[in-house]
Design a protein around this ligand. Structure first.
Ligand SMILES: Nc1nc2c(ncn2[C@@H]2O[C@H](COP(=O)(O)OP(=O)(O)OP(=O)(O)O)[C@@H](O)[C@H]2O)c(=O)[nH]1
Ligand SMILES: [Mg+2]
Length: 297
């Protein structure tokens, strides 16, 4: 589809350092008691890394839907229920605001009751609980660890690829392992790839910003038409325009013109992507849980 056109080959991002991270993870998994996988609350399934699932299978595994402040709260609640129905521990959190960390601690402890009992029987009550924190690039792993610790202990910035090597952080009776963000070598669908690009988990330098912006605006216009129309003062019908025309229209409205009265679509595209990521469009979930199948009686 070229209207929403993001090229599958261009979007696949799996540099050598990610292969290395997966290897480190394979080695370190033996040294931890449980895994916390951070997912982006706006795209819980697209941000769930199948390579992490494979490597960490066999260890207690919890899911945190991070950046819940950016997602549609109703949809996030549905996702939490979706994970619970699948028998998985899951919480929605906003690491940047630091709330809810007490609940995360409780959730970890509730998953590890057997281990704690075993340790108590051996008189090892002082042993720390080792937790590996994993997830896609830029999902907020380091920010989460800083919130959990109540102070900045790791470097966190708004771009993928900030954490470059593993780092242990000790907090009370927990040892948390911060890992570099990692994707996987082959995305199962173009939708997964574009979702990851929209939220900023794929390096923007390798993407065509106009393709990214047109893909984003057409997807969000389908899901949250009022929010897009309101933000850019558009008639609801305008959202039905081909995405590139819509990009031009928005750029024109914002006065992003170059000589001859043409719209600077590059600038408009950068603005759109930045505003979406900065939650200027409101709280938006790009992905919804699969419709629940009816259980046969
Ligand atoms: N709005 C919002 N932003 C968040 C939240 N958590 C983290 N961020 C932001 O997301 C960006 C990335 O955070 P990091 O903690 O560096 O992400 P990371 O997963 O460690 O990234 P890598 O080390 O690059 O894989 C930063 O700008 C954070 O401030 C959150 O709950 N809400
Ligand atoms: Mg990090």
């Amino acid at each position: 589809m070229n209207g929403d056109g993001i090229n599958r080959r261009a979007i696949q991002w799996f540099p050598g350092h990610m292969t290395k991270t997966l290897r480190v993870m394979e080695k370190e998994i033996r040294n931890v008691d449980c895994v916390l996988q951070l997912l982006d609350a706006r795209i819980p399934l697209s941000s769930l890394n199948p390579e992490i699932q494979r490597i960490t299978a066999g260890k207690p595994h919890l899911y945190l839907l991070n950046k819940a402040d950016l997602a549609d709260p109703e949809i996030t609640a549905q996702w939490v229920e979706y994970f619970h129905r699948a028998g998985a521990g899951c919480l929605a959190v906003t690491s940047r605001q630091g709330g809810g960390m007490g609940n995360v601690k409780k959730l970890i402890l509730s998953q590890l009751t057997q281990l704690m009992e075993k340790r108590a029987n051996k008189g090892m009550t002082g042993a720390k609980i080792r937790v590996m924190v994993v997830g896609i690039p830029n999902v907020g792993k380091s920010t989460f660890i800083n919130s959990f610790a109540g102070q900045a202990r790791t470097k966190a910035e708004d771009r993928p690829g900030v954490t470059r090597g593993k780092q242990w952080v000790s907090v009370e009776n927990f040892d948390l392992l911060d890992m570099p963000g990692v994707l996987w070598p082959k995305f199962d669908s173009l939708e997964t790839a574009t979702n990851l690009a929209f939220i900023g988990s794929i390096k923007d330098d390798i993407l065509d910003i106009e393709e990214l912006a047109t893909g984003l605006i057409s997807q969000v216009s389908r899901l949250y038409p009022e929010q897009v129309a309101q933000r850019y003062k558009l008639d609801p019908q305008a959202l039905e325009m081909p995405p590139y025309d819509l990009l031009e229209e928005i750029g024109r409205k914002r006065g992003m013109l170059i000589s001859g009265g043409e719209v600077n679509t590059q600038r408009a595209a950068i603005m759109l992507v930045d505003e979406f990521r900065g939650s200027k469009w409101g709280r938006i979930s790009l992905e919804r849980p699969p419709v629940r199948e009816r259980v046969e009686e």
